[in-house]
Design a protein around this ligand. Structure first.
Ligand code: CU
Length: 118
């Protein structure tokens, strides 16, 4: 299903370049549409991080929004699910947190400039 679309690829600004990549499977980001996503996290050696507990929190820096936490499932060495942007009145921020099997945590922040109203 999602593989047919070339994803929009976002890099976490607070992670080592290339170590956290969020792919959104959509031609264009529009509101009120379930958009499949895939988060790939790599260690220093470039290996995909597996076995972590990953959660994501979608917020808008410019306003208070209702809680928006997509369900995240690990599959094929990445973490994915579907997310929905509920507002087109500004930038979005997707904050993801990986709790690794060794107990350490990695935070990753992805910024999205704008989403079009459907
Ligand atoms: Cu909003």
């Amino acid at each position: 299903m999602a593989a047919a679309v070339a994803p929009i690829r976002l890099t976490a600004m607070d992670a080592t370049p290339g170590s956290a990549v969020l792919e959104l499977y959509a031609d264009e980001l529009v509101t009120m549409t379930a958009i499949p996503f895939r988060l790939t996290i790599r260690d220093a050696a470039g290996r995909p991080l597996t076995g972590a507990r990953v959660s994501c929190d979608m917020t808008m820096p410019s306003m208070t929004m209702p809680e928006n936490r997509p369900k995240v499932t690990e599959r094929d060495g990445a973490y994915g699910g579907e997310l929905i942007f509920t507002c087109a009145m500004g930038a979005w921020r997707i904050g993801c947190l990986a709790e690794k099997t060794d107990g350490s945590r990695q935070a990753m922040t992805f910024d999205i400039e704008k989403v079009r109203m459907k």
